[in-house]
Design a binder for this molecule. Structure first.
Ligand code: KIV
Ligand code: NA
Length: 278
């Protein structure tokens, strides 16, 4: 199976086939996401929140992204993989931006990069696309600007803001972005943008009119996601409870000496470990 590509994604939109995207940050998660049939994996800088334990995405570095992207690619070799450009790595010179992009592509082995912002980064998007790298836009609530925005606010609530978002989306399409993530945007505005553009929109908290949906892995499976359930998230499992109870059972069995049991121990008749590990 070949990974999806940006030409096929546009075709999906034309044919009305929704795109499914989920985040992943490591090999096992990527492996499972690919086996589950996901269209696109995002190595998001939400890494900072859900894996590294920071309270925002701001501390995430290019080094962090390269390291995690590599491990994701090893687990999902047949899936299209997008890596986030971290905070402040695409607002200096084009040269500096391209250095970071090169690392995500050439050392991280991503297929594309994602950048937050609209009109103000259009020239940057254009330069990266001209270098041969597909760019996924990201507008609406952009977590890297949380200190500027003043919190996690719904975007597009009045006519002026709706127009601003539409203008940003059009600027990104004109700059050559292959798609746009719409985060925390009112359903009406996200639907209007999706209709207007020929490239796919991928929504998170942006309603039913988007061309695809993205969620954070840890939220989908309830894997110790440190945040209270958000209204736009749907959880499909409770892996956190399963892990906690499994570890608790292990601790208990170590304490009461019921683990290791007869079947777990070696004696002189056993073979070499290589055979056991197969
Ligand atoms: O970093 C991330 O997980 C994201 C998605 C929420 C779109 O940017
Ligand atoms: Na992100």
């Amino acid at each position: 199976k070949q990974p999806l590509n940006i030409v096929k994604m546009k075709k999906y939109k034309q044919d009305g086939i929704p795109l499914s995207m989920i985040t992943a940050y490591d090999y096992p998660t990527a492996l499972l996401a690919e086996e589950a049939g996901i269209d696109i994996i995002l190595v998001g800088d939400s890494l900072g929140n859900v894996v590294l334990g920071y309270n925002s995405t701001l501390p995430v570095t290019i080094d962090d992204m390269v390291y995690h992207t590599r491990s994701v690619v090893r687990g999902a070799e047949n899936t299209f993989i997008v890596a986030d450009m971290p905070f402040m790595t695409y607002h200096g010179s084009i040269d500096e931006t391209l250095k970071g992009v090169r690392r995500l592509m050439q050392e991280g082995h991503a297929h594309a990069v994602k950048m937050e912002g609209g009109v103000e980064i259009a020239d940057t998007v254009k330069a990266v696309v001209q270098a041969g790298v597909p760019v996924l836009g990201h507008i609406g609530l952009t977590p890297q600007s949380v200190n500027q925005i003043g919190g996690y606010r719904i975007q597009g609530k009045d006519a002026a803001d709706a127009k601003r978002l539409m203008d940003e989306a059009k600027a990104l399409e004109a700059a050559g972005a292959f798609g746009i993530v719409l985060e925390l945007v009112t359903e009406e505005v996200a639907a209007a943008i999706s209709k207007e553009l020929s490239i796919p929109t991928i929504g998170i908290g942006a309603g039913r009119g988007c061309d695809g949906q993205v969620l954070v892995f840890h939220d989908v499976v309830q894997y110790a996601s440190p945040y209270t359930p958000k209204r736009f998230v749907k959880t499909y499992g409770d892996v956190g409870s399963l892990i906690r109870s499994s570890i608790a059972a292990y601790v208990k069995e170590v304490k009461d000496r019921s683990f290791p049991a007869e079947e777990h121990v070696f004696n002189a008749a056993d073979g070499v470990l290589d055979e056991l590990y197969g």
